[in-house]
Unconditional design. Structure first.
Length: 75
């Protein structure tokens, strides 16, 4: 039986209309919820289901960085 372990994952949250969309860049898995907490809970469940597949290989831990970019101003 495989041993269970935990790993920290990244979640990117975006509000789309009345819903929050959550995305995990390490696995490419996405989910949604009516609020941030629901979107994160659903993403966690979806990622755990995705990781149940024995053929899944996780990438090395990534570095998350922020940057500024110029955008066109709207009136």
């Amino acid at each position: 039986m495989a041993r269970s372990q935990e790993r920290l994952f990244t979640a990117v949250l975006t509000k789309e209309g009345k819903w929050y969309v959550s995305y995990n860049p390490e696995t490419g898995v996405a989910s949604q919820g009516r609020n941030k907490e629901g979107a994160l809970k659903n993403l966690k469940e979806a990622v755990e289901l995705y990781l149940e597949d024995d053929d899944v290989t996780l990438p090395e831990i990534r570095e998350v960085a922020e940057f500024k970019a110029k955008i066109k101003a709207t009136a």
